[in-house]
Design a protein around this ligand. Structure first.
Ligand SMILES: [Zn+2]
Length: 145
């Protein structure tokens, strides 16, 4: 996760993406929102995190929310990051949470709530886990030195 983050759709434009259709959700305009799933493009990194950018599907603009989610147990991210005990940084990657140091909109907390509910479904979360491995398999392989 130190490297560039790219949407899977940039490596393979045919993959499609998940959408969220909202109607009468408090405080969020009725619309269809695309969930642009992106991953870390460092082929030697195995951080096992999905970055989900929420944008209006029909009139794309700046992302409304940037959400991280990891499917491994929290201990995986703590170990991966070498976090000292009690350090909460790994929790951001386990998520779902709003990404730090990334543009968010006033609607971001609502989208975090919406996506967190969806991601409680193991099948929904597994979709992004599978896409992570698909993404990694599409990266050019770096020669090992
Ligand atoms: Zn990574």
């Amino acid at each position: 996760m130190n490297g560039v983050i790219l949407p899977l759709g940039e490596l393979d434009p045919h993959v499609g993406m998940r959408t969220v259709v909202l109607q009468n959700y408090p405080g969020v305009p009725d619309d269809t929102y695309a969930v642009v799933d992106a991953y870390c493009a460092d082929p030697s990194c195995d951080c096992r995190v999905a970055y989900l950018f929420i944008v209006p599907q029909r009139h794309p603009g700046p992302q409304l929310a940037s959400i991280t989610v990891g499917w491994e147990p929290l201990s995986f991210y703590q170990k991966w990051m070498g976090s000292p005990k009690g350090d909460d940084t790994a929790r951001e990657f386990k998520g779902p949470s709003l990404m730090a140091m990334t543009p968010q909109s006033p609607l971001a907390p609502a989208f975090l709530e919406i996506m967190s509910a969806k991601l409680q479904d193991p099948e929904y979360l597994d979709f992004f886990r599978a896409r992570y491995y698909q993404f990694k398999s599409l990266l050019p392989h770096q020669p090992r030195s």
